[in-house]
Design a binder for this molecule. Structure first.
Ligand code: ZN
Length: 314
């Protein structure tokens, strides 16, 4: 009786304070610390500030990623997918790096982020803190989490893809080299049939995090991501606007009938009327001071919860 009374008093107090237990987040947040992702981003940028194809920084970026997955390499769960791309700048050797965390199911959820920087920007001080670096760090941090907490549902693969950016100017053939190669390879060897969902992370460390709904992405994955935002209480950062026809690493998978979602914040810095683009996008202004630990933690929360929701459905 006493306990009940006390509970009721506490409950009404919490209600009064706007902390009604029923309104608590349904999903845990902060399982991966945003600060740890920001620190990894900083280390990644220090090791490989410029990562255009063929540069020492590109090789250093590959080493950095590989060095963070020694336990997975030892188990044979780290794969290098090397290929030669025909680009407007000639033939370039590219490498997708794939890390595998076996789950209880045979189905696979694939998380994708590109790690290279743009070939056309090789002569300016472009480091791609938001564009490539922080999402590589996010995937590394998710890998560290999955190492300690192996997937209980679908198997999870991390793909650090190469050659996402155009070598000269974005066209269907001059872009998405890594994911086009991987999707074709997986279609040919039957792997693609196992893939339940592809989730692409791009430019989601922005302090002012605002992830629009990419309408070309698969409907049920958009719904899952929207629900993940509700469950983690990040709705303010998610789907407050819509974009259409975004060209990104989800496309080669969508084109082959694989459900895919592009998680990207295209609105990076104030709008620049001269270029018609967000001011920090593909410029020397894309630096780590434009990112925040909080945004990276939000992104990590959203990805882990989306994986959990996909596991419930498929
Ligand atoms: Zn880019």
């Amino acid at each position: 009786m006493k306990h009940c009374f006390r509970a009721a008093v506490v409950a009404s107090l919490l209600l009064f304070m706007g902390l009604c237990p029923a309104a608590r987040a349904q999903a845990p947040t902060g399982l991966i610390s945003g600060q740890s992702i920001l620190t990894l981003t900083q280390q990644f940028l220090a090791a490989s500030p410029k990562r255009f194809n063929g540069s020492p920084g590109h090789a250093a970026a590959e080493r950095f990623i590989r060095d963070h997955f020694k336990p997975e390499s030892a188990k044979g769960n780290f794969e290098v997918d090397q290929f030669t791309a025909d680009t407007p700048a000639g033939k370039q050797t590219m490498r997708n790096l794939i890390v595998k965390y076996p789950g209880k199911k045979d189905g696979v959820i694939v998380l994708v982020s590109h790690y290279e920087t743009n070939w056309p920007l090789r002569n300016i001080n472009f480091v791609g803190a938001n564009d490539g670096a922080c999402t590589s760090a996010l995937l590394i941090a998710i890998g560290q989490y999955l190492r300690a907490h192996p997937p209980q549902g679908n198997t999870v693969w991390l793909v650090f893809d190469d050659g996402e950016e155009a070598v000269k100017q974005w066209t269907e053939s001059d872009s998405l080299y890594g994911t086009r190669h991987l999707a074709a390879k997986w279609a040919a060897d039957g792997t693609l049939k196992r893939v339940k969902a592809v989730l692409v992370a791009d430019m989601i460390g922005d302090k002012d995090l605002n992830i629009p709904e990419e309408m070309g992405s698969t409907g049920w994955l958009r719904a899952a991501f929207r629900q993940a935002a509700v469950n983690t209480r990040h709705t303010a950062n998610v789907f407050q606007s819509q974009i259409n026809g975004e060209q990104d690493d989800h496309l080669p998978f969508l084109d082959r009938g694989v459900p895919a979602l592009d998680v990207i914040d295209t609105d990076y810095g104030p709008f620049d009327a001269k270029t018609g683009d967000a001011a920090y996008h593909h410029t020397a202004k894309d630096t780590i001071d434009k990112l925040s630990a909080q945004s990276l933690q939000t992104s990590a929360d959203l990805f882990l919860e989306t994986i959990r929701l996909i596991d419930q459905q498929r």
